[in-house]
Each structure stands twice: as structure tokens, then as C-alpha cells.
Design a protein around this ligand. Sequence first.
Ligand SMILES: [Fe+2]
Length: 231
Amino acid sequence: MQAKWHDAAGRPPEWDVPDVLTVAAHAAEHDFHPAWPDGRSHHTHLRVHPQMVVENAVDPHHFRFVHGTELSPVILEEIVDGPSWWARVGFGRGWAKHPCDADGALRTDTMNTIELLWSGMGISANIEHTRDGIRIITINPTPVEDGRTELFATYWLSRTDGDLADGGYRRRLDEAKLALPDDIRIWDNQIFLEPPGLATQEAAGFRRMRHWTRQFYPTGRTGLREPEPSV
Ligand SMILES: [Fe+2]
């Protein structure tokens, strides 16, 4: 299939998209159920500003209050490299109490963690290691006209024993699909503010993310149109 590409300034693509199934070493060891046809969703007619989708990654407390996790996750690592932004967060009491080893080195186990990857502002992957296996969710916001966005999501679940025998795949897929509609309900009613109104505790992460995304706006000014010329 021919890939379609549009750049407002007519430039060619500047970087390759990641292979989300192999970008995390511990996930690459697994075999995955195909995402087609049931492991995908397409959400249209949204007024979601793409910036809101990206900033979701640096909003640890929304996991607790929107998605119902017991605790807010702990951000363990965050790496920015040109058009890529990556972070690893840990969930649960183990991470909350012991985010680091005694010697200060970051723990390397992956259980109860999510790796969050953004490649530009159009491609994201959440790579989650749960007791049920690995699940990878991609969320791709695509602006289609001024003030309108569509969201494409795919759900990749690692193959585990008993998936087909006891309906486990369907259960895991249904669970994986629960979170995004809750996010969309909020994103679709958020108003973009520059600068954002932030609580002190979470301001640094949002500011870092907004600084990183500035490179993707043609004007270099996050999400703002050029002002109308005065007459
Ligand atoms: Fe979320």
C-alpha cells in the first residue's frame, strides 16, 4: 500500500517511525496476537487538541483519578532524543516505596511498568508489562482540519497459555480498550492554554513536554496560530 505523506511546508519525512513491537527489549521476546481485525479503534469528529494527547504522558495523577489505578505511577526514567520522547513509569507499592535500588541505580525489572514512547506528535506507544503478559497500545492523533482530530488506536497483546481456551484474549482486549474512551472524554473538553495553568507539583513535566513539542509546529509556537494582522 502506498503511504500518504503531507507536510505543510512540502518537506519529506524527517525520521523513521519505530517498530512498536520491538522497541522495548523485554516485549520483543514475545509473540503477539495480530491487531487486525479486533485490536483497533478509530475515533472521529473530535475537537481534541493533539497537544493534550501528548501531555497525557506526563500527567501521572490522571492514572489514578481517570483510570482508577490504586496509586499514581512513579516516573523512573525520561529520555528525549530529537523527535523521540520516551519514559518508563512504575505502578504499585513496590515502585512507590522503592523507586531505586539501595545504591541509587534504577531497577531494571519491568513488571508493573509502562514504557511510553512518542515519535513526533503523531505516533505513540504504551508498552505495559502486567501479570497477564505484555500489552502494547498505540495511539495516533491525526489532525484532519482546523479544530478537528481523529484518533487511531491499535492493541497488541502477547500470546499466553490459555488465551484461546478460556477466552482470555477477548477479556484482555476488552480491558485494554477501557482506558482510551475515558481519556477522550476529557481531552475533547479541554481548552488549550499557552502557557498552561499547572499545579506546582506537576508543572516541570508539562513544561518539558511543551518545550519538546515546539519543534513540530511550523510556527515554533506550541499550538498557536500566527496572530491575524491588525488593520
Ligand atoms: Fe490516560
